[in-house]
Write a protein that binds this ligand. Structure first.
Ligand SMILES: Cc1cc2nc3c(=O)[nH]c(=O)nc-3n(C[C@H](O)[C@H](O)[C@H](O)COP(=O)(O)OP(=O)(O)OC[C@H]3O[C@@H](n4cnc5c(N)ncnc54)[C@H](O)[C@@H]3O)c2cc1C
Length: 357
């Protein structure tokens, strides 16, 4: 059996942030990641706070080539409301971000087992898909949207009408690319919303969070997108290049609003395994990086996981509560009149208070 002082399961933003911080602090972690090239389902909006954390981890944000985002356009009913963001953000594919974070981890000496999946975790021992085992003194669970057997987030957190995430990438025609320049779009609709942002390669990342009842009514993801395009002409214009050959990635049962409040000795839960902020806030990657950095620092300072976990849950409580309230408004049938009451300054304040400090 292989042994390690610190085992990190998952090489997304949370796992990489923990790995880099531990390695810099003198603990040589082992990182296990099942996907050789990361490309998690994500809206691709990298907030200004996340940009700063990426820099802290040794990746120059300017080198990523992300699409600069200064403002938000909120489409509700037939109206569009615009506001400036508190600071510049960027649109970036997860493939690019995860690749650069993993390279930064390798530069500081992190050992990564790539293309290796952990099947289960029990009493400090991880069993891999091929049956091999790794014993670890300390574990960092960073499997993100995917639960590990025996450590799943509670089913009740999904709610009665669970949310699913859908993602597709389109190469927008010139007029749509021009409309997307410098801003992220949020399109609100009954029981869901879509975020659209241009990325470093000129593609538009279109990501939806939508309740299962809407998918059931439509039948398939493609049929749902076609229905939404008919109901919401502005969204329809962005989906103009959609056809039956488009790849639509999907993830089920996203437990928005859930936080891990209790701690387990020797097990730090990071990123989406620690807290799942509604994606319209665009701060999930921020929480992932913050949790990875903070947990690793706590470990280096001798603070046990069972004390750190509730402390981190308190740290994200306010942004999660504000994002949860915004999500309820966004998904309701009353979103159009309610959003019409919002002055641009308030949208900017909400963008600021949904960041993790
Ligand atoms: C619809 C939607 C839109 C979103 N849009 C945004 C946005 O625009 N901006 C933003 O900041 N956040 C957004 N988020 C949230 C963001 O994607 C997550 O919060 C973030 O990816 C969490 O990072 P993580 O490192 O915890 O997990 P992940 O990014 O999911 O990474 C987990 C890693 O673990 C690996 N892994 C999983 N299981 C195993 C295993 N058993 N063994 C080995 N490796 C494993 C995976 O391959 C993956 O690389 C969105 C989420 C959704 C659902």
């Amino acid at each position: 059996m292989r042994r390690t002082a610190a085992l990190i399961i998952g090489g997304g933003p949370a796992g990489c942030a923990a790995a880099i911080t531990l390695a810099r602090g003198g603990v040589a972690p082992l990182l296990v990641e099942r996907q050789p090239a990361g490309d998690a389902l994500c809206g691709g909006f990298v907030s200004w706070r996340t940009v700063a954390r990426i820099a802290e981890l040794g990746v120059d944000p300017a080198s990523l080539g992300g699409h600069r985002v200064d403002g938000v356009a909120l489409f509700a009913g037939r109206r569009v409301h615009r506001a400036r963001l508190p600071a510049p953000a960027m649109g970036l594919s997860r493939r690019r971000l995860d690749t650069e974070l993993r390279a930064a981890a390798a530069r500081v000496g992190v050992t990564c087992l790539s293309g290796v999946a952990v099947r289960s975790l029990d009493a400090g021992i991880a069993t891999l898909a091929d049956g091999a085992t790794i014993a670890a003194d300390t574990l960092f669970l960073a499997t993100g949207k995917h639960d590990l057997r025996g450590h799943a987030r509670p089913a009740a957190a999904r709610g009665d009408d669970p949310t699913l995430g859908l993602r597709l990438r389109l190469h927008p025609p010139r007029d749509v690319a021009a409309a997307l320049a410098g801003q992220i779009e949020l399109h609100l609709f009954d029981r869901g919303y879509a975020g659209i942002v241009a990325q470093e390669d000129g593609s538009a990342n279109i990501c939806l969070a939508v309740h299962r009842s809407r998918l059931h009514a439509a039948g398939t993801p493609l049929a749902l997108l076609e229905t939404l395009a008919r109901e919401h002409p502005a969204l329809g214009a962005r989906l103009a290049g959609l056809d039956a050959t488009a790849t639509i990635d999907a993830i089920a049962n996203v437990p928005y609003g859930w936080r891990q409040r209790d701690g387990t000795p020797g097990l730090y839960r990071l990123g989406d395994q620690a807290a799942v902020i509604p994606s319209l806030a665009g701060e999930g990657m921020g929480i992932a990086l913050a949790s990875g950095i903070d947990a690793a620092r706590a470990h280096l300072a001798g603070e046990c996981a069972s004390r750190w976990q509730p402390r981190f849950a308190r740290r994200v409580a306010r942004p999660m509560a504000v994002a949860g309230a915004a999500r309820r408004v966004a998904e309701s049938r009353w979103s159009s009149p309610l959003v019409a009451l919002l002055p641009p300054r308030l949208i900017q304040v909400m963008a600021a208070v949904t960041r993790v400090g």
